[in-house]
Design a protein around this ligand. Structure first.
Ligand code: ADP
Length: 494
């Protein structure tokens, strides 16, 4: 296996060039990538521009043709090779993730294992894409559907899960028979390029999976979208960017899937198992330093148990370790950049100015933010309206189901919501009334490769994962065949 780069003393497979047409491609310019761990420049990475787009979209068309000609079982074989290579190299890939965006190595390993699983799941699903037969209302007709790939897909991914965000989009698209052009986040291109090297090694044909890094995404993405051979945009990122790209893609009549911001409520009813709820909350809030779209953003605790619950939380928060993400004991690494730190600081300041109290944390050392708990939070505070994307947990209280549901559904986002209760009827009532794409009841694990994932309202539309994820890269073609419907079977001869 070829080792082509030494980055920050680490061997990294893959190169810092773009990956176009199955080969490493050097565009005219490069840009410097920095690590949030050392805050030092890591490498110079390919900086693709609209000038590089015609080559990539031409290759995507060639890739689509060649990929489409392969029997689905062959495509499944290549995808499962890809999955196996990712799985077998999980330590190496995990280190690249941690280096690029700072999540604890333990979490990066889990991300890579989950990504390998997602690719394998898509590989298996490639064998099961079939159509249906439909009864005819007229005599002498046979009707059926064929499921075909939408065509060339543009994927745009964020930095917070630099490997799994790629595989959860690319793998189902490839399983469906599409070709896939990836524009990774500007601060995590290496993770994507390592995946490209593995795709090559898995026997993936040229032009089917391509990676075009850039630090100026606007013009590049415009050029790809405007190409008439590009049929779908799949995006994960901020609501603001997603809205803007939806408008552009809508005008061009491209199919669109949007996985956008979240502002997850976590509701603790008085009959909940408080310690179990607190453990689940800490897991749902502090993984990836709170930098996930399903991360809890606001906690509503029934007023009868609010003191007991915050005691449980404090006990757990005191055990969390902030520090070097490469160390196994670390729970929270650095936040991704200064703006992320400033945003958490601004929300804490705004809340405390308006009367909230810091019960734990509230400080940072550079990009390393302590897990923070604030209480006495009210509806007029920023933290209850804006996505935090950092390790800040605001506690607020409620008295009734109606009150907490109104608060939970009140904001613009609708990705994940969590509730804790031991009353089965309440669990159903509240879950039914929540305007969210994902609901965890006494559970925060709402994400698995085979489950549908996605939001409603300003959290976007479309579902990734499972058969729903593959469906979103398929079109349904109806075929109608007129035949001679004799009353007698043909006996042969004249
Ligand atoms: P985040 O705040 O998570 O960085 P963004 O929405 O800014 O969220 O970024 C998510 C993805 O969208 C990244 O790959 C980024 O490069 C891309 N992106 C940001 N701005 C644009 C733009 N104007 N056009 C196309 N893609 C963009």
């Amino acid at each position: 296996m070829e080792i082509v780069q030494i980055v920050d003393g680490m061997k990294v497979r893959g190169v810092t060039n773009a990956f176009i047409g199955g080969e490493w491609y050097r565009p005219r310019r490069t840009y410097a990538e920095h690590s949030p761990v050392s805050r030092m420049p890591l490498v110079e990475v390919a900086n693709c521009s609209p000038a590089d787009v015609p080559l990539a979209v031409d290759w995507a068309t060639t890739g689509l043709r060649n990929w489409g000609r392969l029997p689905p079982f062959e495509r499944a074989k290549i995808l499962s090779n890809w999955s196996e290579i990712i799985r077998a190299s999980s330590e190496e890939v995990a280190r690249v993730i941690t280096l690029e965006m700072g999540k604890p190595l333990r979490e990066a390993r889990a991300e890579v294992q989950g990504s390998a699983q997602a690719v394998l799941w898509a590989a298996e699903e490639a064998k099961r894409i079939g159509g249906e037969t439909i009864p005819s209302e007229l005599p002498g007709r046979r009707l059926w559907t064929v499921r075909q790939p939408v065509g060339t897909v543009l994927g745009i991914t964020p930095w917070n899960f630099p490997v799994s965000m790629v595989t959860r989009k690319a793998a189902p698209a490839l399983a469906a028979g599409c070709s896939f052009i990836l524009k990774p986040a500007e601060n995590t291109p290496l993770s994507a390029l390592v995946l490209a090297e593995m795709w090559k090694e898995a026997g993936g044909p040229g032009g089917v999976f391509q990676v075009l890094p850039t630090n100026d995404p606007g013009p590049l993405v415009d050029a790809v979208l405007k190409d008439r051979t590009v049929r779908k945009l799949t995006f994960t990122g901020s609501t603001e960017t997603g809205r803007m790209l939806s408008e552009k893609a809508g005008r061009l009549l491209k199919k669109v899937s949007m996985e956008l911001g979240g502002h997850a409520p976590f509701m603790v009813f008085a009959d909940a198992d408080l310690m179990a709820a607190a453990r689940s909350l800490v897991a749902a809030k502090f993984s990836n330093g709170g930098q996930t779209c399903v991360s809890v953003n606001r906690v509503y605790v029934h007023e009868d148990v609010s003191t007991d619950f915050s005691d449980c939380l404090l006990e757990l928060l005191r055990t969390l370790k902030v520090g070097d993400p490469f160390k196994t004991e670390t729970d929270i690494g650095p936040l991704v950049n200064e703006q992320a730190v400033e945003k958490v600081n601004r929300q804490i300041e705004d809340a405390t100015d308006k009367g909230a109290r810091v019960l734990h944390g509230g400080t940072h050392d550079g990009l390393f933010f302590t897990p923070t708990l604030i209480s006495g939070v009210e509806g007029n505070m920023k933290v209850l309206r804006e996505e935090t994307f950092g390790p800040l947990l605001p506690l607020t209280t409620f008295r009734s189901e109606r009150e907490v549901l109104e608060a939970a559904n009140g904001g613009p986002y609708g990705l994940a919501a969590y509730l804790w209760t031991s009353d089965i009827s309440r669990a159903h009532r509240v879950s039914d009334a929540l305007e969210f794409g994902l609901v965890g009841i006494n559970d925060q694990r709402v994400f698995q490769p085979h489950l549908p994932f996605g939001g409603v309202k300003d959290s976007g539309f479309g579902r990734e994962g499972g058969r729903w994820g593959v469906d979103s890269f398929l079109e349904t073609k109806l075929v109608s065949l007129a035949i001679q419907e004799n009353t007698e079977l043909d006996e042969g001869g004249e």
